[in-house]
Design a protein around this ligand. Structure first.
Ligand SMILES: C[S@@+](CC[C@H](N)C(=O)[O-])C[C@H]1O[C@@H](n2cnc3c(N)ncnc32)[C@H](O)[C@@H]1O
Length: 384
């Protein structure tokens, strides 16, 4: 029996005298290598380390308050060349990397920072050939990382409800890749309306949501995702994260979510002064992933039960609602004594103004010895 060729096992090609055609170049690769050309974006680094991004154009000049240089002086040079302006100031010329491009491109909405884009690609397992849905698109920063990860054979369908933001994203993406990307489609509309129209049920490998209220779309996303597919959401605040996690659990079609944040701290490198930089981006957002269960599957019960009080019955929040271990009044009184702040005594009787239980009365006499059992933050807070 003849075996049909499959994607996993391509049929061997018949020997031929024809010269092998060159392997197709991945979209965008051509504009990222070779000598500098007209139309290229170029990042100029001045002697003080400041970055200036220009797009090389015929007859254009790059001006500062100290001299200028002609764009055409750069054309034909290899990346990594140094050029001088009319005042003799030197600039290092390089094409911006994706991370540089994203941080300097025009923005409509806030962008996903490169550190988070990297996490999204890795932790949502965005692979070459994957079928990905993204919403919203904002300025298109994350879109570029997703397109690179799926490659020309994959697909990224981006959905943005604001037409103006979608236009900005299109401009940014096409400028970066040097034209249209064959794997990209962009639709304007609300995710929950557009998704059922553009994706058959169970046909999508990965869904990436960066929007204010991702929980509003969990139903449409669950319909679109294939069993085992990954939903990854980027949210800015802990309250969004909490709402999202609880709504995912309530939906019942997702496995247990996991969440994290990433902090990246740059380092100062100067001779012996090698240390973390004083400033860093302290917060961007939280990431959460959840896998789509097979239809009809009930997620196994979690072995670790939620801490008592994690789900409040009343509207009023208690320390237990926030996962904090309660601290007994007795313990607080002891810690108070330990730090030399024992109960206030009546000057006439020498007795505490507020009555103290009998078993503690002896301690009130007021030694601060035995302070080893002092309450500390790690004791009091249990976030698990
Ligand atoms: C923070 S921006 C996304 C930024 C983008 N990830 C980037 O890296 O440039 C959030 C976007 O989601 C869009 N949005 C919010 N809810 C949406 C929904 N239900 N459907 C489609 N787009 C939505 C907003 O209009 C906004 O442009």
């Amino acid at each position: 029996m003849t075996q049909e060729p499959t994607h996993d096992a391509p049929a061997p090609s018949a020997p031929s005298d024809a010269p092998a055609s060159p392997a197709p170049t991945a979209t965008g690769a051509d504009v990222r290598r070779g000598p500098l050309r007209l139309g290229d974006k170029v990042q100029l680094t001045d002697p003080r380390g400041r970055l200036h991004t220009i797009t090389l154009a015929t007859g254009a000049t790059f001006h500062t308050h100290r001299g200028y240089l002609n764009h055409e002086d750069l054309v034909g040079l290899p990346e990594g060349s140094v050029v001088r302006n009319t005042a003799g100031i030197e600039y290092l010329a390089l094409r911006p990397l994706l991370a540089d491009y994203v941080l300097s491109m025009p923005r409509g909405a806030a962008v996903v920072y490169p550190k988070d884009a990297g996490q999204i690609v890795a932790m949502a397992d965005i692979y070459p050939g994957a079928r990905v849905i993204e919403a919203g698109v904002g300025s298109g920063a994350l879109t570029m990382s997703l397109l690179r990860a799926v490659g020309d054979q994959g697909s990224v369908h981006s959905i943005e409800r604001r037409e103006d933001f979608a236009a900005i994203a299109r401009g940014n993406v096409e400028l970066f890749f040097g034209g249209e990307h064959p794997a990209w489609e962009l639709s304007v509309g609300d995710l929950s309306d557009v998704l059922p129209q553009v994706a058959e049920n169970g046909s999508i490998d990965r869904v990436v949501l960066d929007m204010l209220a991702p929980w509003e779309n969990l139903d449409a996303v669950a319909d679109a995702l294939a069993p085992g597919g990954v939903l990854i959401c980027y949210v800015a605040t802990a309250t969004q994260l909490s709402r999202l996690a609880e709504d995912l659990r309530a939906d019942g079609r997702y496995a247990e979510p996991s969440a994290w944040e990433s902090l990246v701290r740059g380092w100062h490198l100067e001779g012996l002064a090698v240390r973390p930089q004083h400033r860093m981006v302290g917060h961007t957002g939280f990431l959460l992933t959840a896998r789509r269960l097979a239809d009809g599957t009930v997620a196994p019960l979690r072995k670790r039960r939620p801490a008592k009080g994690s789900y409040p019955v009343a509207e009023e929040w208690t320390p237990e609602d926030l996962g904090e271990r309660s601290v007994s009044d007795k313990r607080v009184r002891r810690v108070r004594r330990d730090v030399g702040q024992g109960p206030q005594l009546d000057p006439r009787t020498g007795q505490p103004l507020v009555p103290v239980p009998d078993d503690e009365a002896a301690d009130v006499a007021g030694t601060v010895e035995g302070a080893a059992d002092t309450l500390d933050v790690s004791d009091a807070v249990d976030n698990d």
